[in-house]
Each structure stands twice: as structure tokens, then as C-alpha cells.
Design a protein around this ligand. Sequence first.
Ligand code: FES
Length: 205
Amino acid sequence: MSGHDYTPTLSNAPFAFTAENEALAQKHVAKYPPGRQQSAVMPLLDIAQRQIGGWLTEPAIRYIAGFLGMPEIRVWEVASFYTMYNLQPIGRHHVQVCTTTPCWLRGSGDIVQACEKHLGIKVGETTADGMFTLKEVECLGACVNAPMMQIGDEYYEDLTPETAVKVLKQLAAGETPKPGTQSGRHTSEPAGGATTLTSINRPAE
Ligand code: FES
């Protein structure tokens, strides 16, 4: 289960890119040949989502369709397919726990449980104070450091239930947890340290 909610929340708040975001959107559009501007739909949805505060409103979808000259339904198709787009308001911190096979084999079920218990919510819900939304997502491409979760734009890896909760506590306290591995190993090296290429042997001249 991805935890993705496909039911849009209706909002009539009008939407238009800020001048800065419009310039950014035009930069993405300019990457594609004339007539192929629709290829920029994904980054434009991302820009709109960040501008709104983490989710996409119906007026924003319509705006992007008009911006790119494409049917609204095509923009909806993209926005409702990918879990990176939220069609409902989310909390300030969007906690996405990967539960695909490599993370699952390394204990992602315990990570989900620890987050649910600590936050007092179930997957798909938002805390009453609006601080955290918890989601389950499919592989985020960091399997080598499984299990992991993404919060905002950062990855937290090599998690245990304890370190996952520690990250949540730091965020709740307004701190900035260190992203990446939480186990102390260096990036994706073996947990016990490097076992190959440990010295530099230059060929004799
Ligand atoms: S399976 Fe979790 S990051 Fe790939």
C-alpha cells in the first residue's frame, strides 16, 4: 500500500506562480523543443506544490494546464499517479517511510510502527498540530542504506525504530537532524568500514 490518497481536496483559492517561480518554470519549459512544453509538467507541478505549501490545489492544476497549453485531465493524470504530489493538505513535515522489499527485509515495518506510535497517528494521517503527515511509499532509491525514510527533501537512512523517533523529535524541536545514514557508517560503505581499496598503490615508474 502506498498511502497515496487520490481524492483531491477542493480549494477555490486562486493560484498563479510568483514572479520568481514563473521565471523558474520558464527555465524548465525552455529545456524542451518548441511545441513540446508539456514535457515540463512534472517540475512545474513541483514548483506549484512548494509554493502552496506542500500540496496541489485544483486551481493550481488548472493553471499549469493553461501554462503548458495541455488538457487539464493530462495534468491530473500525472499529479494523481506519483506519490510525490499531494492532492490534499499535508503537515509541515512530510514523513515518507519506504516499505518496498529491501527496506521491508531490513525492518521498515518496525520503522512505520515506531513513527505511528510516537506521532499518535496512522499511515495517511496528519498530527492534530499539523506538524507531521505520515505516508508509506515505494522504493526511494536508497536501498543500500535500508531501511530509510524521506522527510521534506532529505533522506534518513540505516534507521532503527530509535533513530527514526530521534529524527522526528529533533524536527519537532525545530532542530535540523543530520541527513543520510543514522548508523554512523560512512555513506554506503560496509557497516564495519571499507574492506577494499584501503590503500593507494601506485604502479612503479
Ligand atoms: S527499497 Fe527502500 S529505498 Fe529502495
